[in-house]
Design a binder for this molecule. Structure first.
Ligand code: FAD
Length: 531
């Protein structure tokens, strides 16, 4: 996607920005997004910032998700920062606790510990037009002010409970995978899991030996690949300890992702459809070979195309369903009672523990953003997105929200490694903030025309996205939002990386002091003349 050459830079000088904020930058979220942002800011010489998080530890996703079996589902030597590669992972697919330790160690190594403000929930963010700064309200009734704010609030850590009648009447123990309680023992209990997505696929084999009986309620079967996981022993660590070897492995993994993404973005429809069908056949064969019971086997086979919904990898998930102490239920759930789960066929499945592996509030109202964000003139971000569909410039910023940046905004994330995106978007926003400071500006805002062009191009590319074709019917995919769009970035990682690092700095407009209405009108006139 090409960026337009800028014609306007400084909008003009109005009343000078008044009070001095508490910090230059406040970063909300201490997951990998917030940590990566802190490092990116430091690299641009910006040191007056704090990182706020509602929890008492860093790591975000990896702090929230501690259910048995939790692990990354891309190899660890890819799921790590390019500048912080490790050779000492215990497995090819590291367990969640190691990712959390990795986050902690980065905080120490990059001197971020003193910048953390943990146990602090932000409940609202308001742009103060008069003083060109953000006012962040905390759950403790305090206010933090910052010239710039970065929302690194993630998405896969706000648990979504299923909307099932009677859920709260359940007399046993109710759990969600993202709110795991280690004090709850599953030993000898009748346990049920609702959901068969990527999380359930990790959880089910990890608990099945412990439970007296395990009932799994499936709505949509998941595509499962074999997992080339292994413990990394002494020899493996010696090999992975070598930067060159790691780099080659990373390169190979990333090239594979790039090829797939390039095909999706640029390939003709017949080629991508053909490629998908070609890939599906051996996977289906392998999946079938994993389950002996023919009826159960068929129930576990997806009826939608590969790639419509997040697939995952496991060598033991499918086999679990051959066990006599496991029941797969595909009847839809009607309600939950005090004793268990009642399905549409009238059967009551009696259980002691009910685990909701039902994912996260990704596109739900009130979840994006997770608290009210009000920009210039009180413009509400959630309302804006509700009325105009999700949109943002490179996933980083939205017109009308000066000095505000996001790590994972709409049309920012390329399906693949999340860490790639964090590196790219944090470099983008750090570069923009540094430029704003260099120009002595108090406000920086993406130009409306640049934003619109980016959004138009994303929609144009999305037109041929196979997610909207009959092949994906019935997949219940979170790749499609509540407006029926797929707000993922339709580009390769390479393009995302390049554009976030090399955008023309004049795609932003910079304001020295809060502009007066007259300055604003003049800026509008100039903008109109450029079209
Ligand atoms: C089981 C699982 C496996 C995954 N595997 C992979 C994988 O293999 N590859 C991959 O690329 N991605 C994977 N992911 C996605 C993962 O979420 C991202 O890779 C990444 O960790 C997200 O980092 P983040 O900082 O953007 O968000 P998060 O880790 O979600 O961090 C956001 C932080 O913001 C804080 N926050 C939110 N709201 C507020 C508020 N109002 N006030 C204060 N703080 C707030 C939260 O407390 C949290 O700490 C996986 C996710 C899960 C759940």
């Amino acid at each position: 996607m090409k960026e337009r050459k800028n014609m306007s830079t400084d909008v003009g000088r109005g009343a000078s920005a008044g009070i001095r904020p508490d910090h230059e930058v406040v970063v909300i979220g201490a997951g990998f997004g917030g940590i990566g942002t802190g490092i990116a800011l430091q690299r641009k010489g910006i040191h007056d910032f704090v990182i706020v998080d509602k929890w008492d530890r860093v790591g975000g996703t990896w702090h929230a998700n501690t259910y048995p079996g939790v692990a990354v589902d891309i190899p660890s030597f890819i799921y790590s920062f390019s500048y912080e590669q490790r050779g000492d992972w215990s497995r090819v697919f590291a367990p969640g606790s190691e990712l959390r330790d990795y986050a902690e160690s980065m905080v120490d190594k990059y001197g971020l510990r003193a910048r953390l403000r943990l146990n602090t929930t932000i409940v609202a963010a308001d742009f103060d037009d008069r003083n060109s700064l953000w006012r962040l309200s905390t759950d403790g009734g305090q206010q933090l002010t910052a010239r710039y704010v970065v929302l690194a609030v993630g998405g896969l850590e706000r648990p979504k409970m299923p909307e099932i009648e009677g859920l709260n009447d359940f007399g046993g123990t109710l759990l969600h995978t993202a709110m795991w309680d280690d004090d709850v023992s599953l030993a000898g209990k009748r346990v049920a899991v609702i959901g068969t997505g990527a999380t359930a696929l990790q959880l089910i084999p990890a608990i099945v030996g412990e439970t007296a009986h395990l009932t799994v309620f499936q709505r949509t079967p998941i595509w499962v690949f074999p997992k080339s996981d292994a413990e990394i022993g002494w020899l493996g660590r010696q090999v992975l300890g070598r930067k060159r070897i790691r780099s080659v492995l990373r390169l190979a993994g990333n090239l594979g992702t790039e090829l797939a993404m390039s095909g999706m973005v640029a390939g003709p429809a017949w080629l991508t459809a053909g490629g998908r069908r070609l890939a599906e056949a051996p996977i289906r064969r392998w999946m079938r070979s994993q389950v002996r019971d023919p009826q159960v086997r068929e129930k576990l086979m997806p009826r939608y195309g590969l790639g419509c919904k997040r697939p995952s990898m496991s060598n033991d998930y499918l086999r679990t369903f051959d066990r006599p102490d496991v029941t797969l239920v595909t009847e839809s759930i009607e309600r939950v009672t005090e004793r268990g789960v009642v399905t549409a066929d009238g059967v009551e499945h009696e259980i002691d523990v009910l685990v909701c592996a039902t994912g996260f509030k990704l596109w739900d109202r009130g979840a994006v953003p997770p608290f009210p964000v009000r920009g210039r003139g009180g413009k509400d971000l959630e309302r804006f997105w509700t009325d105009n569909r999700y949109q943002s410039y490179q996933g980083v910023t939205v017109p009308g929200f000066p000095n505000a940046f996001t790590i994972t905004g709409p049309y920012g994330f390329v399906l693949g490694s999340y860490i790639w995106m964090i590196e790219a978007t944090s470099a983008h926003l750090a570069r923009a903030i540094a430029e704003s400071k260099r120009r002595g500006a108090t406000e920086i805002e993406i130009r409306q025309d640049v934003h619109e062009e980016y959004y138009r191009e994303c929609l144009r590319r999305q037109e041929k996205n196979f997610l909207f074709t009959p092949v994906c019917e019935g997949s219940n995919t979170y790749y499609i939002d509540n407006n029926g769009d797929s707000p993922f970035r339709p580009s390769t990682h390479g393009e995302m990386y390049w554009q976030n690092r090399h955008f023309d700095l004049d795609v932003y407009q910079y304001t020295v002091g809060a502009p007066t209405p007259a300055v604003r009108a003049e800026a509008g006139r100039r903008e109109a003349q450029q079209h």
